[in-house]
Structures are given as structure tokens and as C-alpha cells.
Ligand binder design. Structure first.
Ligand SMILES: Cc1ncc(COP(=O)(O)O)c(C=O)c1O
Length: 448
């Protein structure tokens, strides 16, 4: 039976030729970016900072936007399409009647889904004559993806990396440098805003909001540079819909359809990319799916307030209508630090506001999340990134609920990245090998 096969693959010719732009299908108009009451117009600044094609896509009313041929080539080079796996070994170990499927965004040259928009943004930036891209990164996955995309398109790349993470991922730093990027721990002494924080506290842990401000300030001072954002914005989520569009075709091949869809959520790009084509099915075809965003209690942005707020700490961006914890909130560093962002994408925020998206926030000590990731590692054999471990954990929790209720639900989850460069984080939280590298990892809580 097709639904029983472990791997559902697409042929290269089946790579989607268009991205899905959900804006025209939203039940209500998306609130636009606004300027604050005081200071210069942030909205008017955008064309000087962002790549023109991306800005045009940001508010486009077109439902389907073509993926340029040259970019399709780059997607092939990066190994797309990516498989959808049926988690038969995990299902068996859990003893659940649920059918579990995971999308393998970890089959990525740099380790995550972030290449999907990095390649698009670098492609358009080169077309428009930019020579350098500046950016922020939290987990380091986005910085690596942009460094990779810049290398492939012949651009320079400057990355401001949240210091709390930069500190414990020397191999990822090395990877970005091998790709030719110029990387700075943020807050840095390279920008006026960074210096204002760095001089007060050279050990400042930083935040995505601060790193975004530094990347923006850097691009503002160089007409040959454009700023690239790795999440939150409409065009970023749209580039990421390549994930969900492939997944739709794969479910068709499997003869199945999800009841529950799960992804981790920081700014919202892998959640949006995976879920939005299916949200489109719910909005326009009467399908019923429960969408769950897996978050950390360190940054449960979808449980914050729905209001206008800045996307960065220094208030360089326009105000976006989103669920937010406040753009200057100090959020506790975690190992899944890519989830530590104060706000959520405006598109997903509107959908949450209208009741289409649920959220679960796991304890910030990450023990429950990483213990479930261990169950996944020992059954399916792939190592999720710490951020993706939240999606894995939520999928396992849902499957265990099915075990109790006897329901054979179809659970689809996105594994946004691999954790090959994040083992130090797992080691610290799970308490293996710390001090004595031969100390074995614990048994997963499910006893597998
Ligand atoms: C592997 C991985 N997954 C998820 C995220 C969260 O970002 P987003 O919500 O934009 O997908 C990050 C962010 O750095 C990441 O590195």
C-alpha cells in the first residue's frame, strides 16, 4: 500500500514552478506595515534596504508567483525536492495508531530550510546589481544559508550573530567562514547601535532583534549592500512554501492527507512554508486540519499580544501587526535559540488571531523536548536541529494522545534542520559527556 512506504520522493520535474502567496486567500486583509508617530519614515526607507523583487513580492496580490528558471537550477543544486518520510519505526516504538510523516528539510547543504529563501534573495540581489548582503542570525542556520547562497551567486556576505549562540557553535562559525562570510558576534563594535550595547557589556548575550538592527544599520551605510531577513516577512514565508507545495504532492502520492500539521516557530518561516499551502486548502477547499506551532516558554511569541510592534530592537523597521512579546524584551537564551524572537510573522499572526493556529510552548530547560528528540534519533536515526526538536517533541506528544484515545490521526511535521553542529547543546541539556566525554547519553523518557 502506497501509504506504507517509508519514503515518498518527487522527481526533479515535479519541483513546484510557483510559490504560493496566501495573501489573496486570507479571510481578512493583512494589516500593512506602518510608520510610528515620530521619527523618519521607516516604510519609505525600505526600498533602500531590501531587494527590489522581494519588496514587490511582500505585498503582492498574485496567488502564484513563478520561481525563476535560474533559481530552479539553484534549488536543484541544493538537492530539492526533499523527501517526505513515514515514521514507521517511531510509530512502532510509540505504539501509536497515528500515521506520522516528516518532511526532511534537514537534507540541506547548510543544514536547514533557510536555503530556500537565501537562494531566492541572493538570486534577486545579484540580478539587481547588489554586491553584498548583510544579515542577522540566531541559531546560525540562517547565516550559513545566506553565506552559502552568496557564495553560489558571487556576492559578499556579512553576518551579525547573536553572541549567546556564536559562543557555543565554533564549527558553524568555521562553516560560514569557509563559505566566505564575514561574521561578527552581536552586539558588535561594528555598528553604532551594536557599540551602544557592547560598550556597556562586552558579554551581552544579544538577541535576534539586536542583530537585525546591526544588519540594517550596516546596509544603510552602503549603497552596494542589501539587507536580507531570514524569517517573519511575507516574501520569506512565500519562498518557503516550496516545502508545503512539495509536501502536498507527496501526500497525494501516499494517498493520505494530514489531520494535524506541526512545525517549530521562531519568526515563522518554516512553519509558514510547511503549513500555508495546506491553510490554503482549509480556506478555499473546506479541508479540516489542526495547525500547531511548537515554541519555547523562553519566547512564546504567539502567546503574546496582537498589536503593532517593531521587528528590531533599534526601531529601524516599520511597525508590523503581529503577536509580540515586545521588541526590547530580554528573552532567556536556549539551545534552540532560533526560536528566541519577540515577534511572529504578520501572516501567521493574523491566522492565529482568527483561530486557525494553535500553539504549545515547552519549558525553557528543554529537557522534555530533547528527551523526545532522543527517542526520534534512536528510532528514525536522523538528528534534528535543537529548534526542529520542538516539532518532533510536539508530534510525539500528539501521537501519544492518539495512543490514549485510539484515534488513527495523520500527523505531519516538518524537521527544519539537522543538529550535526549542535551536539554540544544536546550534551549540556541531557547531561551526557559533560566533563567526561565517555559518559553515555541517558535513556529516552519513553524507555526506547
Ligand atoms: C533549524 C531551524 N528551525 C527553525 C528556526 C526558526 O525560524 P523560523 O520560525 O523562521 O523557521 C530556525 C531559526 O534559526 C532554525 O535554525
Amino acid at each position: 500500500m502506497a501509504a506504507q512506504s517509508r519514503q515518498i520522493q518527487l522527481d526533479v520535474n515535479e519541483l513546484p514552478r510557483h510559490w504560493y502567496n496566501i495573501i489573496p486567500d486570507l479571510p481578512e486583509p493583512l494589516p500593512p506595515p506602518l510608520d510610528p508617530d515620530t521619527g523618519p519614515s521607516r516604510v519609505a526607507q525600505l526600498p533602500k534596504l531590501l531587494i527590489g523583487a522581494c519588496l514587490a513580492q511582500e505585498m503582492s496580490g498574485e496567488r502564484w508567483i513563478p520561481v525563476p528558471e535560474g533559481l530552479r537550477e539553484l534549488y536543484f543544486q541544493a538537492g530539492r525536492p526533499r523527501p517526505l518520510f513515514r515514521a514507521l519505526s517511531l510509530e512502532k516504538a510509540l505504539g501509536t495508531p497515528a500515521r506520522m510523516y516528516y518532511k526532511a528539510e534537514f537534507y540541506s547543504p547548510t543544514g536547514s530550510h533557510k536555503v530556500n529563501t537565501a537562494l531566492a534573495q541572493a538570486y534577486y540581489a545579484r540580478e539587481e546589481g547588489f554586491e553584498r548582503l548583510t544579515t542577522e542570525t540566531g541559531a546560525g542556520q540562517w547565516g550559513t544559508a545566506l553565506a552559502y547562497a552568496a557564495a553560489l551567486t558571487g556576492l559578499k556576505c556579512t553576518v551579525y550573530w547573536v553572541r549567546a549562540v556564536h559562543r557555543w557553535k565554533p564549527d558553524r562559525l568555521g562553516f560560514m567562514q569557509m563559505l566566505g562570510a564575514d561574521v561578527h558576534a552581536s552586539p558588535s563594535d561594528r555598528t553604532a547601535f551594536g557599540r551602544s550595547l557592547y560598550e556597556q557589556d562586552p558579554e551581552h548575550p544579544g538577541s535576534l532583534g539586536i542583530a537585525i538592527s546591526e544588519g540594517l544599520e550596516d546596509a544603510q551605510g552602503d549603497p552596494k549592500a542589501a539587507y536580507s531577513l531570514g524569517s517573519v516577512l511575507n516574501h520569506v514565508l512565500m519562498h518557503q512554501t516550496i516545502i508545503g507545495l512539495e509536501t502536498q504532492k507527496q501526500f497525494e502520492k501516499a494517498g493520505d492527507y494530514p489531520d494535524v500539521m506541526i512545525a517549530c516557530l521562531g519568526g515563522g518561516s518554516n512553519f509558514g512554508g510547511f503549513a500555508l499551502p495546506f491553510v490554503g486548502d482549509v480556506l478555499t477547499k473546506g479541508k479540516k486540519i489542526r495547525f500547531v506551532a511548537a515554541q519555547s516558554q523562553a519566547a512564546p511569541n504567539l502567546q503574546g499580544e496582537y498589536r503593532y510592534d517593531f521587528a528590531d530592537h533599534a526601531e529601524i523597521t516599520p511597525l508590523l501587526k503581529m503577536y509580540t512579546l515586545g521588541h526590547t524584551a530580554r528573552l532567556q537564551p536556549i539551545k534552540g535559540d532560533g526560536l528566541r524572537y519577540h515577534g511572529c510573522s504578520p501572516i501567521l499572526s493574523l491566522l492565529r488571531h482568527l483561530g486557525y493556529i494553535d500553539t504549545v510552548a515547552y519549558p525553557a530547560d528543554e529537557k522534555h523536548v530533547f528527551a523526545h528528540a532522543l527517542t526520534f534519533v534512536r528510532t528514525e536515526g536522523f538528528l534534528p536541529a535543537p529548534e526542529s526538536a520542538y516539532a518532533v517533541c510536539c508530534a510525539i506528544d500528539e501521537a501519544l494522545k492518539c495512543k490514549e484515545s485510539g484515534e488513527a490521526k495523520v500527523i505531519a511535521f516538518n524537521i527544519s534542520g539537522h543538529g550535526f553542529m549542535d551536539i554540544a547543546g544536546y550534551r549540556e541539556v541531557l547531561g551526557f559527556g559533560a566533563g567526561d566525554l565517555h559518559k553515555p547519553a541517558p535513556r529516552p523518557i519513553l524507555g526506547i
